[in-house]
Design a protein around this ligand. Structure first.
Ligand code: SAM
Ligand code: SF4
Length: 326
């Protein structure tokens, strides 16, 4: 078992398949052209499966594929099927622009829940936030997923002055659609021009939803990052994720593998362990995994001390979100 100094058992691995993306979400990546990792430096499909197998042997039972956009990778289907042979529950977070090409693969791989990122229900605003014109395609693909029987979770990063006016439009969407909408607090990463006064806290979110809707708390699971609620007579449900204003580090069971094969023990960790480099040299990857987890800080990668309203992003050491893998 992969256990850290604070007795947290790590059973969940998030693997980034690529740092490339066909959208340009302003909160995830810098405005200026990103220097994407050249393909030779990315983990190759066999390397991904080999590293995943090693983690599974150490107790990982849940894997999420993310990115960048995992489905822009040409061999994404083969990787998904390769990982589906492991004894894990397999999940994916996607912008849904290419779901129509992968729906059969996802079914065959036994993926049951798909997390789709969508920050607005307005076509023009989608273009403004993502800088790409894919709104109709994303909405069609969400319907496609629901029609094919997948459970769909919508990830919505709520930003003051950008899309917080749509909070209750998203809640209303769950009346007739069996969607689970997750409202996420806006987090700071290199190049995303985060300002603390743009964060809508989970408390603010709930207060604003409760002005219109009756929220009924749903039971949580041990490692849940979300507080979830049903709404009477709605087919779907909602949740709030409090990363900034009330971090849930105490029950963290997550590890991350970046697309270039570096292990991060936390989204905000400064240290990275080069698993791919060691794998390619035939070294002891297992040992490196354990030393990386032994370094895990108690909270937020040992950065972002104090109240989030006082965070100074100029001292933050990290990659962009797109290069970490969200
Ligand atoms: N491209 C895929 C997608 O958009 O779903 C997967 C990668 S994306 C980096 C994973 C998740 O990170 C998305 O749900 C996105 O909304 C979230 N994310 C990106 N930047 C964020 C930020 N600054 N604060 C909070 N969440 C963020
Ligand atoms: Fe791409 Fe996802 Fe980042 Fe948007 S949030 S730029 S879709 S990786």
């Amino acid at each position: 078992m992969i256990v850290d100094r604070f007795n947290r058992i790590h059973t969940y691995l998030r693997i980034s398949l690529t740092d490339h993306c066909n959208l340009r979400c302003s909160y995830c990546m810098p405005d200026e052209d990103m220097a994407f990792t050249p393909p030779a430096r990315l983990m190759q499909k066999e390397e991904i499966v080999t590293l995943a197998r090693l983690f599974v042997a150490e107790g990982v039972n849940r894997i999420r594929l993310t990115g960048g956009e995992p489905l822009v990778r040409k061999d994404a289907g083969e990787i998904i099927l390769g990982l589906s042979a492991l004894p894990v529950s397999l999940h994916i977070t996607t912008n849904a622009t290419r779901i129509h090409e992968f729906i059969e693969v996802l079914k065959r791989a036994g993926v049951r829940t798909v997390n789709v990122s969508l920050d607005t229900l307005n076509r023009q605003k989608f273009l403004k936030i993502t800088r790409r014109d894919y709104f109709d395609r994303v909405m069609e693909n969400i319907s496609l997923l629901l029609g094919a029987g997948f459970a769909v979770k919508i990830n919505t990063v709520l930003m003051k002055g950008t899309n917080d006016d749509e909070l209750n439009d998203f809640v209303q969407w769950t009346k007739n659609e069996p969607l689970h909408v997750r409202f996420i607090e806006f987090m700071p990463f290199t190049g995303n021009r985060w300002l603390n006064d743009q964060v809508v806290t989970w408390r603010d979110m709930l207060e604003r939803i409760r002005q219109i809707y009756h929220l009924v708390p749903l039971p949580g699971e041990p490692h849940d990052t979300a507080k979830s609620y049903a709404i009477p007579n709605h087919r779907g449900s909602v949740s709030v994720i409090s990363t900034m204003s009330a971090p849930f580090c105490g029950s963290c069971n997550r590890m991350r593998l970046t697309a270039d094969g570096k292990m991060k023990n936390c989204l905000f960790s400064t240290h990275e362990a080069d698993l791919l480099g060691v794998l390619r040299k035939g070294g002891n990857v297992r040992e490196l995994v354990y030393s990386c987890i032994a370094d895990k800080a108690e909270k937020l990668g040992g950065q972002l001390h104090g109240a989030f309203r006082e965070i100074d992003t100029s001292t933050l050491i990290n990659r962009t979100m797109i290069a970490i893998g969200g």
